[in-house]
Design a protein around this ligand. Structure first.
Ligand code: TXA
Ligand code: MG
Length: 340
C-alpha cells in the first residue's frame, strides 16, 4: 500500500488537506494524525472492519482496547453511559486536553474498540488538526499511538513513517507533538476513581478539581487488565536512576564491560568521560516529555547497549515521565531488581 503524506499547519490546518484525510477515514481506511500528546493511528470508531486495520498495521494484540477520540463532549456522550456528576467538572476543566476518561460503554461501540470490555475510553484532543479531522470525518475516531506495538510512541511524522510506511493509507504531518507523552487515563466507572496511567494532567490537578477521592493504580501489562503486553519498549537497555543520584559509577561499570553507553541527566553531574550519547535536560519535565521518545529512538539508531536515565522527581508532570522511563527499564528486565 502506498502511504499518502499530507503536510498541515498544526495551528491552521487547510480544510482541503483535512478533507482528504477525513474522506479516507469515512471510507474505512487508517490515517495517522497529530495530537497534543503523541501521534494517533485513527480509523472510524464505529466501523469494526476499519478498527481491525489499526490492529493489523500496528501488530497490536486484540485484547488491548483503543481510545476513541471525539471533537466534543456531546459526541462522547453518545458513546458512554452512567456518567457520575464529577465528570462534568473534569470535562469542563480539562477538555480539550490530555485526559482520557474510561466509562461504561453504550451498545454502539464495536467490540474490538473495547477489546470486549463493558467500558470505553474517550478523549477530546487539544490539537486543531485532530479536532478538524474528527469534525470533517463526522464520526468518532478510534486511535492508539501510531507506533508498531512495543516501540516508543511517535512524537513526529518521521517516527510514524519509520514504523508504518506502506501499512496505512495516510500520515497527516502537523510537526512535533506538544507534550510528547500519552494522555492521563482516569477510570470513572467506580468510586474512588482510578488513575490508570499518569500523563500531562497530573494527579494533583485531578485531585484539586474534584472533591472525590482518587487512587492511582500502577498496572503492568495492558491497562484494561488483560495479559501483559509490552509498552514503551526501546531496544536499548534502560537503567533508571532516581533524581539527584550520581551516575558516575553506573556509567563506568557499563563502560568497563565494553558496552556502548548513553546518559540522560537532569541534575549537575560530574562525568569523568563523556558517554557515547549524552542528553542534558535543563528546562524541567516539559522538556523531558518532548524529548523522551526521540531519545529512545536515537539510542536504538546509535545501537547503544544501555542508556542510564535520571528520573525527574515524581510530582506533577514528572510522575508521568518517571513512569515511562521505569516501564522502559522493566521492558528489558534491566533495572527490575534494583529499581523496584
Ligand atoms: O495520548 C494518548 O492517549 C494517545 C493519543 C493518540 O491520543 N493514545 C494512546 O493510545 O496512547 P494507546 O492505545 O497507545 O494507549 C491507550 C491505553 C492502552 O494502554 C489501553 O489498554 C488503555 O488505554 N485503554 C483503552 N481503552 C480502555 C478501557 N476501556 N479500559 C481501560 N483501559 C483502556
Ligand atoms: Mg501506545
Amino acid at each position: 500500500m502506498q502511504t499518502i503524506y499530507l503536510k498541515v499547519d498544526s495551528n491552521r490546518p487547510s480544510p482541503r488537506i483535512i478533507e482528504i484525510a477525513a474522506s479516507l477515514i469515512r471510507n474505512g481506511e487508517v490515517v495517522a494524525f497529530p495530537t497534543e500528546t503523541v501521534y494517533g493511528l485513527g480509523a472510524n470508531a464505529l466501523d469494526e472492519n476499519a478498527v481491525h486495520k489499526i490492529f493489523a498495521a500496528k501488530g497490536r494484540r486484540m485484547d488491548n482496547p483503543l481510545i476513541v477520540h471525539v471533537c466534543s463532549w456531546e459526541q462522547a456522550s453518545q458513546l458512554v453511559i452512567d456518567i457520575p456528576p464529577e465528570v462534568d467538572t473534569l470535562v469542563k476543566r480539562f477538555w480539550p486536553g490530555p485526559l482520557t476518561i474510561v466509562a461504561r460503554s453504550q451498545g454502539n461501540v464495536p467490540e474490538s474498540v473495547r477489546a470486549g470490555q463493558p467500558t470505553v475510553a474517550v478523549r477530546m484532543p487539544d490539537h486543531p488538526a485532530a479536532l478538524e479531522l474528527i469534525r470533517a470525518a463526522g464520526v468518532p475516531i478510534a486511535a492508539p499511538s501510531a507506533n508498531i506495538s512495543g516501540r516508543p510512541s511517535p512524537t513526529s511524522a518521521e517516527h510514524v513513517k519509520h514504523d508504518l510506511n506502506g501499512k496505512i493509507a495516510a500520515i497527516l504531518d502537523g510537526g512535533n507533538t506538544g507534550f510528547g507523552i500519552e494522555s492521563t487515563i482516569i477510570d470513572v466507572t467506580q468510586k474512588p476513581f482510578k488513575i490508570l496511567r499518569p500523563g500531562a494532567i497530573s494527579n494533583e490537578q485531578l485531585a484539586e478539581s474534584i472533591a472525590a477521592e482518587l487512587i492511582s493504580v500502577e498496572k503492568k501489562g495492558t491497562l484494561s487488565g488483560s495479559a501483559a503486553a509490552p509498552h514503551y519498549q526501546p531496544m536499548v537497555k534502560v537503567k533508571a536512576v532516581p533524581y539527584g543520584t550520581s551516575i558516575t559509577n553506573e556509567l563506568e561499570c557499563h563502560e568497563l564491560k565494553g558496552l556502548k553507553v548513553g546518559a540522560v541527566v537532569i541534575s549537575d553531574q560530574h562525568m569523568a568521560r563523556v558517554p557515547a550519547m549524552l542528553v542534558t535536560i535543563t528546562e524541567g519535565p516539559e522538556e523531558y516529555g518532548r524529548k523522551l521518545y526521540e531519545i529512545f529512538r536515537l539510542a536504538d539508531e546509535k545501537q547503544l547497549d544501555v542508556i542510564v536515565m535520571e528520573t525527574p522527581p515524581e510530582e506533577g508532570f514528572g510522575r508521568a515521565i518517571a513512569d515511562r522511563i521505569k516501564q522502559a527499564a522493566r521492558g528489558r528486565g534491566i533495572g527490575r531488581d534494583d529499581n523496584e
